[in-house]
Design a protein around this ligand. Structure first.
Ligand SMILES: Nc1ncnc2c1ncn2[C@@H]1O[C@H](COP(=O)(O)OP(=O)(O)OP(=O)(O)O)[C@@H](O)[C@H]1O
Ligand SMILES: [Mg+2]
Length: 265
């Protein structure tokens, strides 16, 4: 009998096909009663990829995330996580919201500990929380309440809280938008380090093209509404990335071009 080698197809972690989303409009226009926000969105994401989504304000990025995470239903199309419909609850999705998501009555330590509440061994819980506090540079600050932390420290605690659950996909919708420029740059660097240590799949919305270029393995550029995928670009430069390198500089130019920002170059 012939012994043929077994071929295991590598399927993507996330596969989005023919995704549409329309919203009913309760406004006063007697004719337009529906607005198509997402129109035939197609892309796939490999396990462990850091994917950044950029696109004009109001194009439907948050709507897309809500659908991918199973919080909202699509009008048409499919979202497969590990080959099955994402709604089956077989995927541990985590959202890190734009706004502060820490419980204000709990310390940073206790907020992060929520992510390992199912671990019965208190010693294992403690060492996990300590490890993640250290990972995000919050060692020694675990006993502080959210209002005692700076904006950057709160973000770090939220990142730790998300990572400690070891999610299949970490959704981050403009997580650093409210931070000052310098703290933002620091958070960017930390995300690069964190992702190098824990290569979980991260879907990340940003308005900042440089942020996307620093972080992403894949950049998905969305169009104006009705929104389609304008470009789906693999970014294969080693990190940390140097924007003076010709390859990266021309990629940045290309993305600005896709965003219709010719004059900004
Ligand atoms: N629940 C809803 N009902 C009706 N329309 C909605 C609803 N949620 C979102 N929309 C509409 O969908 C469009 C996309 O909104 P969404 O918040 O997804 O955009 P976005 O790309 O995340 O914007 P931003 O960059 O400003 O965060 C908007 O026109 C918005 O009015
Ligand atoms: Mg949004």
């Amino acid at each position: 009998m012939e012994n043929s080698p077994e071929i295991t197809p590598i399927s993507p972690l996330l596969e989005v096909s023919g995704l549409y989303k329309s919203f009913g409009i309760a406004g006063r226009d007697p004719i337009q009663k529906e607005q198509t926000v997402l129109m035939d969105i197609n892309f796939s994401v490999a396990k462990g990829a850091f994917v950044c989504f950029v696109g004009p304000s109001g194009c439907g990025k948050s709507t897309l995330f809500n659908i991918l995470a199973g919080f909202e239903s699509q009008t048409a199309g499919s979202v497969l996580v590990n080959g099955s419909e994402s709604r089956n609850g077989n995927s541990k999705n985590i959202f890190v919201f734009q706004e502060d998501g820490l419980f204000p009555w709990m310390t940073a330590y206790e907020n992060i500990e929520i992510g390992v509440k199912d671990e019965p061994d208190p010693e294992k819980r403690r060492s996990a929380v300590e490890e993640y506090l250290e990972l995000v540079g919050l060692e020694g600050a675990g006993g502080l309440f959210p209002h005692e932390l700076s904006g950057g420290m709160r973000r770090r605690a939220e990142v730790a809280r998300a990572l400690i659950t070891n999610p299949d996909i970490l959704f981050m919708d403009e997580p650093f938008a409210a931070l000052d420029f310098l703290t933002r740059l620091q958070m960017r660097e930390e995300m690069i380090n964190v992702h190098a240590m824990f290569p979980i799949t991260i879907l990340f919305i940003t308005h900042d093209i440089d942020e996307a270029l620093q972080l992403a393995d894949q950049i998905i550029v969305l169009s104006e509404r009705p929104t389609t995928v304008k470009a789906d670009i693999p970014v294969e430069f080693p990190r940390p990335r140097d924007f003076t390198k010709p390859g990266l500089a021309s990629l940045r130019k290309k993305i600005y071009f896709f965003m219709g920002l010719h004059a900004a170059l």
